[in-house]
Design a protein around this ligand. Structure first.
Ligand code: IPM
Ligand code: MN
Length: 364
């Protein structure tokens, strides 16, 4: 039995979490695995109910989980709150509290969507890399931090163990993929980056079969747009990873398609990369595919159910191939569907793919 904590959050987070839940329930049914769900508030909706974006109860629930699924947090309504009460603060606190130091954001091209990218087809076809972002250190969390009327101050600091553990992750993940790590820093200017580079190279000695190269972050930003095929695993710090993963996300054609996993030694959190999109919230228009692909990552990384994960991904591709689109990825001649309809179609395809492969196995 696995216990999954659902944190729908705000805006379209609520709708796409419903989609994710339906997919999880389908997996439970088909693969005969027992899943228990518990829903909690986070972000703006938690602030409205309890006066804080992350309550002790929600955090405690996550401490007792096998995996956490988060929809999205944030919205115009809460933008003028002080820093520590903003919905985003909940996310940062949760990452830190659960020790989720590895953030994995795949940038994979879905063939049926290749025309919706701003990049040329030739540049894009075959692109398949992931941004591995350090998530609990660096300038996001460095002390001191302060501002007053005359100055603002943040601290970019990395400690050896923080760089070592994310570097180990990068090399291990690369071994399962195309064996290449690109470490991104700003070592020509920042001491913290020179340190990062030294530690990454030290760790690399244990993984000499994996190819390692270094890029400065400005060059990396350019290369992702210029020739994204060169990348396999991009390893980088918290702030650079925030920026590069948005660039990587955009070249794939839609932010509405991108899943993510945040992993620590004990806990794991899965969330679509898109935000809470308050402008379309509550309208049954949101694209549920990033949330559904995040569910696939959950079954892959947290429960070692690789078959379930790959069938979910195949079901997404089949749905796109059949021409179904939510408004964010619409194109000529496509069939525009709602969040709920899209979810139903993916689930139907998933069930069909599952039964087909079961029959296939049976007749072997
Ligand atoms: C992300 C987001 C967050 C971040 C914000 C909402 C705090 O942009 O997950 O990339 O900067 O990490
Ligand atoms: Mn971001």
């Amino acid at each position: 039995m696995y216990k999954i904590i659902l944190l729908p959050g705000d805006g379209i987070g609520i709708e796409v979490t419903k989609s994710a839940l339906s997919v999880m329930k389908t997996v439970a049914e088909l693969f005969n695995v027992e899943l228990e769900f518990e829903k909690h508030l986070i972000g703006g909706s938690s602030y409205d109910a309890y006066g804080e974006p992350l309550t002790k109860e929600t955090l405690q629930a996550c401490y007792n989980s096998d995996a956490v699924f988060l929809g999205a947090v944030g919205g115009y309504k809460w933008e003028s709150l002080p820093h520590n009460l903003k919905p985003e603060a909940a996310l940062l606190k949760l990452r830190k509290a659960l020790g989720l130091f590895t953030n994995i954001r795949p940038a994979k091209i879905y063939k049926p969507l290749i025309d919706s990218s701003s990049l040329k087809k030739e540049v894009l076809s075959g692109v398949d890399f992931l941004v591995l972002r350090e998530l609990t250190g660096g300038i996001y969390f460095g002390e001191p931090r302060e501002f007053d009327a005359n100055h603002g101050l943040n601290t970019m600091v990395y400690f050896k163990d923080e760089v070592e553990r994310i570097a180990h992750m990068a090399f291990k993940i690369a071994r399962e993929r195309n064996n290449k790590v690109t470490s991104v820093d700003k070592a020509n200017v920042l001491e913290v980056s020179q340190f990062w580079r030294n530690v990454v190279h030290q760790v690399h000695k244990e993984y000499e079969d994996v190819l390692l190269n270094d890029l400065y972050v400005d060059n990396a930003a350019m290369q992702i747009v210029h020739n994204p095929k060169q990348f396999d695993v991009i390893l980088t710090s918290n702030l650079f990873g925030d920026i590069l993963s948005d660039i990587a996300g955009m070249i794939t054609g839609s932010l509405g398609m991108l899943p993510s996993a945040s992993l620590g030694n004990k806990y794991a959190l899965y969330e679509p990369v898109h935000g809470s999109a308050p402008d379309i919230a509550g309208q049954n228009k949101a694209n549920p595919l990033a949330a559904i692909a995040s569910v696939a990552m959950m079954f892959d990384y947290s429960f070692e159910m690789k078959k379930a994960a790959s069938l979910i991904n195949e079901a997404i591709v089949k749905t796109l191939e059949d021409g179904y689109r939510t408004v964010d990825i619409q194109s000529e001649g496509c069939k525009i569907v709602s969040t709920e309809k899209m979810t139903q179609i993916v689930i139907t395809n998933f069930k069909e793919l599952y039964h087909n492969q079961a029959i296939g196995l049976f007749t072997l």
